[in-house]
Ligand binder design. Structure first.
Ligand SMILES: Nc1nc2c(c(=O)[nH]1)N[C@H]1C(S)=C(S)[C@@H](COP(=O)(O)O)O[C@H]1N2
Ligand SMILES: [Mo]
Length: 336
């Protein structure tokens, strides 16, 4: 891949100052200070006056938009689960860096209609202004991700410039970023400056070396891979944390469940997965996470291995372990 935009100034990477813990996620809408935040190549500082979004490649009518042009388009907003796929070097490690936030911006499908996508196009490449270098790879001129155009049929993809009702912060992709609800958030390119329609996958570091899982169903040796795109079903406890101590009294075990589509049910186990009971589950609201709740009366004091698992409306479930969406288990100590 070649550099196609001038280098912006890169601010020092501001790592989150808290250690991420799902039990803090007690709000339906995650406050911005609890967003996990990932910037693999540092944070570029972008001048709005110089910023442009180009829509190019396999289109019959290339478009170039200023920030004012973008904000002049009809504004759409969506509340959605936003989940990091975790450390790409360890794709089988459970990732519970999740949030539920409200984005606002312009509708991607509308923009692509204006650009008149050529029928040969199969993928949408998105370019971020951040750049860097990796050992054993070399220069990375831009953060680049791709998405199959088939995802457009499900709608809801935004070029977002607001997050939870506030202008996008620099670290979250100011002035604008792509947001693909139902896809792991690594695909939601920050500091977006170019969308390119293509007939093949992007050949960038973040689409080739990183973010391709071994597809053991297709090939047991793990050589065949599949891109980290659609979100898998998962649920977490927000009510209790690991090694929580509670009194020997009835307690509400509750949390959040989500997938690329609505989830159908959540079950809770208080005996390490030996038996499972249905939890109450609120109905799905478009792409937001769904609250589940289970009233538990501990039989006696002691240590309990408490778990939750979900199945989505496509029938997909969570594996017990060795997956980024494996079943969560927390130890709850019941005292007398
Ligand atoms: N341009 C760019 N976009 C990016 C990234 C990045 O490093 N550069 N990181 C991705 C990853 S891995 C995640 S989890 C999300 C994090 O978004 P946030 O920092 O707004 O929480 O941004 C995604 N978009
Ligand atoms: Mo991520």
């Amino acid at each position: 891949m070649k550099r196609i935009a001038p280098k912006p100034r890169i601010l020092n990477d501001t790592k989150p100052i808290f250690s991420f813990s799902p039990h803090r996620l007690t709000d339906r809408l995650t406050p911005l200070e609890l967003l996990y935040g990932t910037s693999d190549l540092g944070i570029p500082e972008v001048e709005v006056a110089d910023w442009k979004l180009d829509i190019a490649g396999l289109v019959n009518n290339p478009i170039s938009l200023s920030f004012d042009d973008l904000k002049g388009l009809p504004k759409r907003s969506i509340e959605t689960v936003f989940i990091c796929s975790g450390n790409p070097h360890f794709p089988t490690q459970p990732s519970r860096k999740v949030a539920n936030v409200r984005w606002a911006g312009a509708d991607l499908a509308q923009l692509l209609e204006k650009a008149k996508v050529n029928e040969r196009a199969i993928y949408l490449w998105s370019y971020g202004l951040d750049f860097g270098e990796k050992e054993n790879y070399g220069e990375i001129p831009h953060y680049v991700k791709d998405m199959p155009l088939t995802r457009l049929q499900e709608g809801d993809i935004l070029i977002a410039y607001e997050l939870n009702g506030e202008p996008l912060a620099v670290k979250n992709g100011f002035p604008a970023r792509l947001v693909i609800p139902g896809y792991y958030s690594t695909n939601s390119t920050k500091w977006l400056f170019r969308l390119e329609l293509a007939d093949r996958r992007a050949d960038s570091y973040h689409t080739t070396v990183m973010y391709n899982d071994p597809n053991f169903d297709a090939d047991p040796s793990g050589k065949v891979t599949k891109p980290v795109w659609a979100v898998a079903p998962q649920c977490i406890f927000a009510s209790h944390k690991q090694k929580n101590e509670i009194l020997n009294e009835p307690t509400e075990l509750w949390g959040w469940a989500w997938s690329r589509c609505p989830v159908d049910w959540v079950e809770v186990s208080t005996d390490g997965g030996a038996t499972w009971e249905r939890a109450e589950l609120e109905p799905a609201q478009r792409r937001a996470w769904q609250r589940f709740s289970y009233m538990w009366t501990p039989p006696k004091p002691g240590d309990y291995d408490v778990r939750c698992r979900t199945q989505d409306v496509n029938g997909e479930t969570q594996p017990p372990n060795n997956a980024r969406h494996s079943i969560q288990s927390i130890l709850i100590a019941v005292t007398s």
